[in-house]
Design a protein around this ligand. Structure first.
Ligand code: GCO
Length: 268
């Protein structure tokens, strides 16, 4: 008999995390490993793969790392066909690799806009389209995209990033719509403001040593009153979406934002 606890177990499952060497990807990979999954990850550069491997090792996790640029269909195709040939089947895909380039929209080069969309939206499309046929062959799978509150709201300098994350929300729903019949569940975790490298400059003290006003702004706009902690705050939602516990959940975006999107802000 399957117990409720078993529903959340990832024992015997293999997860692949794009951009898993650090930041949110690394934190979520550790959570998946703790729930029992075997971990494979990729990073764009060899040195990131090496640092990632070391970081996993320090956590007592035996991860396999690969160099792969998710924007290259040829590289992605080659990697996953090699994994398949070695019977290294992927049950859970965590489409996490992403970049941001903060520039006011009217000053943003078209090439910069394209490169953000390429990594943050086209990348997940390429990896998912490569892996879905294998998942179908084996009777199903889990795809988890990493959206964000910018799948819903924008702000100055984020035109490319918000456009990509908004698109990723719809890609998530479309994969659910198109492949749900094959027992594939595609959902998204959507972090709010998390204390990661990507956001380090938004929290860092100003050159004159004074506190960063953006830091205070985020704490004030977040009912929880703080930045998110990737290791603690994302673990539960990602394990849920990777596990049997979410077998009838499809096309959902789970906002992990301390209440940010539900809050209008203080009026006094
Ligand atoms: C910014 C941030 C954000 C968030 C996040 C929200 O510049 O405002 O980098 O984009 O970190 O991804 O979902």
């Amino acid at each position: 008999m399957t117990t409720t606890k078993d529903l959340f177990s990832l024992e015997g499952k293999r997860a692949f995390i794009t951009g898993g060497s650090r930041g949110l990807g690394f934190a979520m990979a550790c959570a998946l490993a703790e729930a029992g999954a075997e971990i494979c990850f990729c990073a764009k550069h060899e040195n990131s793969v090496v640092t990632g491997m070391k970081a996993f090792e320090e956590r007592g996790i035996e991860a396999k790392g690969y160099v792969c640029d998710v924007t290259s269909e040829a590289m992605v195709w080659l990697l996953f066909s090699e994994l398949e040939n070695k019977s290294c089947h992927i049950d859970i895909l965590l489409n996490n690799a992403g970049i941001i380039n903060r520039v006011p929209m009217t000053e943003m080069e078209v090439a910069d806009f394209r490169s953000v969309v390429d990594t943050d939206l086209t990348g997940p499309f390429i990896v998912a389209k490569t892996i879905i046929p294998y998942m179908i062959k084996r009777g199903g799978g889990k795809i988890i995209n990493v959206c964000g509150i910018m799948s819903e709201v924008g702000r100055e300098t984020a035109a490319a990033y918000a456009s990509a994350k908004g698109g990723l929300k719809m890609l998530t729903r479309n994969i659910a719509a198109e492949y749900g019949a094959y027992n594939i569940q595609c959902n998204a975790v959507a972090p709010g403001y998390m204390a990661t490298d990507l956001n380090a400059s938004l929290r860092a003290k100003l050159p004159d040593g004074s506190p960063n006003p953006f830091d205070a702004f985020i704490c004030a706009q977040t009912p929880a009153g703080r930045w998110g902690d990737a290791a603690k705050d994302l673990a539960g939602p990602v394990v849920f979406l990777a596990s049997e516990a979410s077998s009838f959940v499809n096309g959902q975006i789970i906002y992990i934002d301390g209440g940010f999107l539900s809050y209008l802000g203080r009026s006094n």
